[in-house]
Design a protein around this ligand. Structure first.
Ligand SMILES: [Zn+2]
Length: 142
């Protein structure tokens, strides 16, 4: 799958907390081992019980657009050939309180609307560290 943003666009810096999210090819959320609370983005401490040990919970990767915007002004100016583009906030079906930012890959930015159903798709990109293949979640309107 082609990248939504240009090839020079910054990639996530992978660390122990976000590796599973950016490399698994699934929508995976941090799940507290103590109280089973699911949270995103991954943090050092559970928001509910202050636990510090976590598992990963794999989601369906389906949801609805909770909010969106269309970027029309190229900031930085090097994005002048890329605008307009859409940025969406997705509420997951299996965890509606969790919202994930991304881009809708198969729709004209002007046609994006709150409530549209989306499904996660993944951009496969060789990471900046050797041997790390990123699978960046994006969203397909279904
Ligand atoms: Zn907890």
């Amino acid at each position: 799958m082609q990248r939504y943003m240009p090839d020079w666009w910054a990639l996530p810096a992978i660390n122990d907390k976000n590796r599973e999210f950016f490399t698994s090819g699934n929508i995976v959320l941090q799940s507290c081992e103590s109280c089973k609370t699911v949270q995103h983005p991954p943090e050092d401490i559970c928001h509910a019980c202050q636990g510090t040990t976590f598992d990963w919970h794999t989601c369906t990767g389906e949801g609805v657009i909770y909010s969106h915007t269309v970027v029309e002004h190229p900031i930085p100016n090097t994005l002048k050939d890329r605008v307009p583009y859409a940025v969406i906030l997705v509420s997951l079906d299996d965890h509606p309180q969790i919202r994930i930012l991304g881009n809708p890959v198969n729709i004209d930015p002007e046609k994006v609307a709150v409530g549209q159903r989306v499904r996660a798709v993944f951009e496969t990109i060789e990471g900046e560290k050797a041997g790390v293949t990123l699978k960046i979640p994006q969203w397909e309107v279904v």
